[in-house]
Ligand binder design. Sequence first.
Ligand code: MSP
Length: 662
Amino acid sequence: MSQTFYITTPIYYVNDVPHIGHAYTTVAADVLARYCRLTGRDVLFLTGLDEHGQKVQQAAAKSGVDPQAHCDRLAPQFQNLWKKLHISNDAFIRTTDARHKTIVQQKLQQLFDQKLIYRAAYTGWYCTFDERFWTEKDVVRQGSPQVEQWLCPDCKRPVERLSESNYFFKMGQYQDRLVAHIESHPDFVRPESRRNEVLGFLKTHPLGDLSISRPKSRLTWGIELPFDRDYVTYVWFDALVNYISGPDYLLPKPSLAHYWPANMHLVGKDILTTHAVYWSTMLMALEMPLPQTIFAHGWWTVNGEKMSKSRGNVVDPYAMVDEFGADAFRYFLLREVPFGHDGDFSQTALIGRINSDLANGLGNLLSRTLTMIERFAEGRIPERGTAQYERLEETIKGEAESRLLVSDQLLSSLHFKENLESLWWIIALCDQLIDEAQPWNLAKKPEARPKLNNVLNTLAKALRYLCVFIYPYMPQAAEEMKHQLGLMLNFSKPLLAGEFTWDGLLPGTPIAKGKSLFPRIETIVPKGGARVTDTQPPTPPTAQAGPAAAPVGSTTQITIEDFQKVQLRVAKVLTAERVPKSEKLIKLQVDLGTEQRQIVAGIGKKYAPEELIGRRIVIVANLKPAKLMGVESQGMVLAAGDAEVKELVCLMSDVDPGTKVK
Ligand code: MSP
């Protein structure tokens, strides 16, 4: 029996159409689910909708329809989006489903019978928006003594004084057990910073009991309490139960015992407490094991601002997919920011990623390789010329072969960004192999045929590896790569369960070069704005023959426009070697994000080539190419010093190659 892997997203409120935040968690869960299926795990991926509660009732009232009709109208907006984004969820839950409601009522009755739910009168400050009471200590006082107002500490909206009888779940009695569980299970709340937050809170605040009912006089849109018809269930009690009701009734046969406890609840940082505290204590009371991990991810801002309807800056995932494609959007969401951190969304950043990583990186490598196989190997993956791998080929093979382990570690800790970076490192190495080996020159010499075949064979094998590991992130692109490379891969089977090897490529297979994987996006016209192009300004003709350098302390001034003519960029040194017969010159191959460059620098007296590899330096990227001792230099490195170089200008941490320096 294969190992199970149960992963969930939050169930989303149907008070409005889906936005980037919903897409983010769902895409992340999908990547993990697809990866786990490839490794042979028996995956259950559940997502769905939270259809009860005040927010939904209010949204329905606003559109003048009854709440169920409102939910039925909005549900397809989510379901269709998941189709468009190629989300591979195994089940989709809606909390208005009668079977879910029955399970919620069973759980309530169970806790009530066990005397873990009791009735009590309560007076407190009620926030309608957050649907919860706050204590005297919590609320924020505002205004003058004459006109006082109390605000919700969370959403900052006015709260009202309410006194009512409600049913309470004895959450407080589980406080110590919960602290002990979090302390003894380091993976229970992730990332570490969030775990510390939850622990810090639980250790310094007494955990109260949780009101799990709302009187029908105030809210009707909810699941009726089985033991008191005047009340409906608090929406969070109802919603959290989805994680156990879903596997119970949505699959062909009841599978809760098979999949529970969940391996991964993915949630946004704002709903971590409800999961880590409410849900965990509910499970303790229900005598069920706790999930393995609750992972809280960060939030997206948009162009540096909080996303909100009133600001009109809500990112519509439908529009993103229509304009840029599902794969590019999926890639961007997980590549741009480390999972767990907040990030900023901008269309410019998305286009930048598409052009540099997808079009110039992955797409270009595939198309270059296939063109060379067409031209130099009659359109079939060539057999190796020799069994031996040369240095760079060996590195590529080693990197690819270690991918299974690396990906497993990175994915199980949800390091999507780092995982993608490590895959893109293989792409950079392949580009370097092409540039160094120059297959087009090898093709001119019959004696170089074995070497040419080796290079093409290594590139095809590397692309096969990339195809498999990129698949969870960009399933369509992987299918297309697979087709163009003529690969015999079936992504619906557990490919990574042991039989996948570097040598599994069948030489002789015909390739089928097709459309470009990711076309470059040349220009965009933002709403009402000026035309933005992503092409670089033309190289100023006088870049090299400019005025003589001014001495330090000179008062010669330049304008900002003069300075902006110089394009400074971060470059990562890929290789470094001495220029033969020169004491001073070192030839560098550098990664500039979108391209690779060769730069010859007079730094050989100060540095040995090996100490330069991997460094992030700054180069002048728009300097006219020049030849130094017969070797072409396509840029210049920045270094301190006059006649003698004292120190290269380096960056203290890993900034992406290609980043502008200004
Ligand atoms: N219905 C509850 C969840 C119940 S789970 C048992 C809920 N729904 S929600 O629709 O309001 O939010 C769902 C998710 O979207 C949350 O995880 C939240 O963190 C996430 N996001 C909302 N805005 C976001 C961003 N701007 N950025 C990233 N995620 C954000 O809460």
